[in-house]
Ligand binder design. Structure first.
Ligand code: NAI
Length: 299
């Protein structure tokens, strides 16, 4: 095996680290030398209540194994307080893993505004708050690694998760732009779409899948994604069990109508096969790439 990838001297914030996937993210970073702010308000899977013991327990486990960690019990909605504690305790921030999450599943025709807003506040707004407060600090230091917890429910959709899926897809959009804005300062921002055998998926997946996707199997991928040697930014990576892969946009070859000759609804219908033909796809990775085909029509 190659040289161990270490995090000595690095300070990491892991939100929602009192259980499930976040707990393993925090533990693997601490085991490899990072000082970790273990954030968790300790609520239910639906985001109700709070209990300091969730974060305390993980900090105790890390310390018992010889690592360095401090507990934080704030909601990610008050992300500035989490960042403040990291600064007060360790004086800097190198790594932010926006992992805290809740579910408010409901088919869309029954979904209330509160169920929509609750998922927004924890996933999208919470990740914004923590990252937005830590961003200038990392930018000033010229170094940072950020991971957002996206989901296959965002990328592919999932019955009953219109709210959750929308927020998860929102995080991918946030990561895309942050990867561009952060590039100059060695700030890398990526998303993970994990499959984790946790309380979130208990009873929803077969036992064998639950066991295979235990959080400890996702943690090495996330650790690599926040290591200084990680090569990519703006990516979304699926990880579950031993499977790891990158997602990307694929665009059909498309059809270019002549602006000069004009086109109408019927022309689009008549050319639908060609518009949606994936035989010769493009893989745009930037808005500039995406524009390139439009520009061809202008020369
Ligand atoms: P989990 O429910 O075991 O852990 C989530 C943690 O976040 C809990 O400890 C909870 O107390 C904490 N939390 C919730 N709201 C918070 C808030 N406002 N402030 C601070 N902490 C808060 O769930 P799991 O499975 O470990 O999920 C972790 C992340 O991965 C979530 O963002 C989830 O949406 C995402 N994810 C999980 C998948 C899975 O298969 N388990 C699939 C796709 C995404």
């Amino acid at each position: 095996m190659s040289e161990e990838l270490r995090f000595d001297g690095r300070v990491a914030i892991v939100t929602g680290a009192g259980g499930g996937l976040g707990r393993e993210y925090a533990k693997i970073l601490a085991a490899r030398g990072a000082s970790v702010v273990v954030n968790d308000l300790g609520g239910t899977v639906n985001g109700q209540g709070g209990d300091n013991s969730a974060a305390d327990q993980v900090v105790a486990e890390i310390k018992a194994a010889g690592g360095d960690a401090v507990a934080n019990y704030e909601s990610v909605e008050d992300g500035e307080r989490i960042v403040q504690q990291a600064m007060d305790t360790y004086g800097k921030i190198d790594i932010v893993i926006n992992n805290a999450g809740i579910l408010r599943d409901k088919s869309f025709h029954k979904m209330t505004e509160e169920e929509w807003a609750a998922t927004y506040r924890v996933h999208l707004y919470g990740s914004f708050k923590v990252t937005n407060t830590a961003w200038p600090i990392m930018r000033q230091n010229g170094y940072g690694r950020v991971v957002m917890a996206a989901s296959s429910s965002g990328a592919y959709g999932n019955f009953g998760q219109a709210n959750y899926g929308a927020m998860k897809m929102g995080l991918m959009g946030l990561a895309h732009t942050l990867s561009i804005e952060g590039a100059k300062y060695d700030l890398k921002v990526n998303c993970i779409a994990p499959y984790g055998g946790t309380r979130m998926t208990e009873g929803l997946v077969p036992d064998q899948v639950f066991e295979a996707t235990k959080p400890a199997n996702a943690a090495p991928m996330v650790a690599y994604m926040v290591h200084e040697s990680f090569p990519d930014s703006g990516g979304t990576f699926e990880v579950g069990g031993g499977f790891m892969a990158r997602l990307r946009w694929q665009r059909s070859k498309g059809h270019l109508f002549s602006i000069a000759d004009g086109f109408d609804v019927e022309d689009i219908a008549a050319n639908w096969d060609s518009i949606t033909d994936f035989d010769q796809p493009h893989y745009p990775t930037s808005a500039k790439d995406a524009y390139a085909e439009i520009m061809k029509g202008l020369v």
